[in-house]
Design a protein around this ligand. Structure first.
Ligand code: FAD
Length: 304
């Protein structure tokens, strides 16, 4: 389904993000988890895009498999880094012929493993240019591909000047983005402030909030390593410090994410986007904590 139809049909969207698995076993496990999460009736699911050739192929394969073997809408992430225009054309043609209707257009980060990476060799330097390019390509839908872009409630490290950053975001949206999906965050005030600044900048597209429950000390440390930019509040850090083991950490992380979701739903968030880390249990527990068996029930319980 095209993302515009998804927004038309859902006052609040619920979406799940996966990354392409590296092995056949991980791939089978992921498909089991996707089947479990399908019961929650997400509005769409998305698959991330890496920098290397083999991981990129895995994204394409996974996206097409989800589209063809489940009743879910699959959104493919696509990046500028390490891509020429003919390569991007080929990818979009393949998606169009496989019925993939939606792309999350990103710049991507310089690949750590490619020592001689030269960004100037890429066809596009910024996501704004990729958005324009994707919009110019034919898709299976006559409206063209549905296009999402990234937003950063705590700011993007590449542009310390927040005003300039909002100008860049506005240009990216004006290039043809249908919605913004944010980086994960742990303080809702950062999201509300970002949403207000988008409004002040004249950005009117839906903004989906990125949620990632911390489920172990290892995932938290990995998040710090990848410099995802999300500030973990002292209150949450202290609660995690108190935990005897990862089972306890997961309970704390799921509780925190549940309270974030409850508050966001009370404040008319347009969508919740869950970074699942390819697992189903944490997201399911958040739904249970919110008292809903699926996404439809979550919206039905929203105050009028
Ligand atoms: P841009 O919008 O191009 O912005 C990058 C930086 O350049 C910003 O600081 C911006 O302010 C600045 N900028 C933009 N335009 C201009 C201009 N004209 N002149 C000067 N500066 C400018 N990465 C992956 O590799 N694969 C993924 O699958 C992936 N999925 C993601 C999903 C989400 C929801 C999010 C939030 C991020 C994801 N990322 C992914 C990470 C993302 O690629 C990086 O954070 C990247 O550094 C920024 O990408 P962007 O699309 O926001 O880039």
């Amino acid at each position: 389904m095209h993302i515009l139809d998804i927004f038309d049909a859902n006052p609040t969207t619920f979406s799940f993000e996966f990354f392409p698995p590296k092995t056949d076993k991980a791939s089978a496990d992921l498909f089991e988890n996707i089947a479990r999460l399908q019961e929650l009736q997400p509005s769409f699911v998305s698959v991330t895009y890496g920098a290397g050739g083999s991981t990129r192929e895995r994204t394409h394969d996974l996206i097409v498999r989800i589209q063809q073997q489940t009743n879910l809408t699959a959104v493919s992430h696509l990046t500028c880094v390490c891509h020429s225009e003919p390569e991007l054309t080929g990818i979009l043609e393949r998606y169009a012929s496989s019925g993939i209707e939606n792309i999350l257009a990103l710049r991507g980060d310089p690949p750590r493993t490619l020592e001689n990476y030269d960004p100037k060799a890429d066809a596009f330097q910024f996501a704004e240019q990729l958005v324009r390019f994707v919009r110019s390509r034919p898709a299976s839908d006559t409206r063209g591909f549905g296009v999402g872009v990234a937003g950063f409630p705590e700011g993007h490290p590449g542009t310390p000047n927040r005003r300039e950053e909002m100008d860049n975001l506005k240009r990216k949206v004006d290039a043809g983005a249908d919605y913004i999906c944010t980086q994960l965050f742990f303080c809702n005030d950062d999201f509300y402030d970002f949403r207000e600044r988008c409004d002040l900048a004249g950005i009117r597209v839906p903004i989906l909030a990125g949620i990632m429950p911390i489920t172990s000390r290892e995932t938290m440390m990995r998040m710090f390593e990848l410099a995802l930019g999300a500030r973990v509040p002292a209150k949450l850090l202290r609660a995690i410090d108190r935990c005897a083991d990862n089972e306890a950490v997961s309970k704390v992380g799921v509780h925190w994410a549940t309270e974030q979701c409850r508050d966001l739903l009370d404040n008319q968030v347009r969508g919740l986007h869950f970074y699942t880390l390819n697992r189903s249990d944490a997201t399911r527990r958040i739904y249970e904590n919110l008292g809903a068996k699926d996404s439809l029930a979550l919206v039905a319980r929203r105050p009028a």
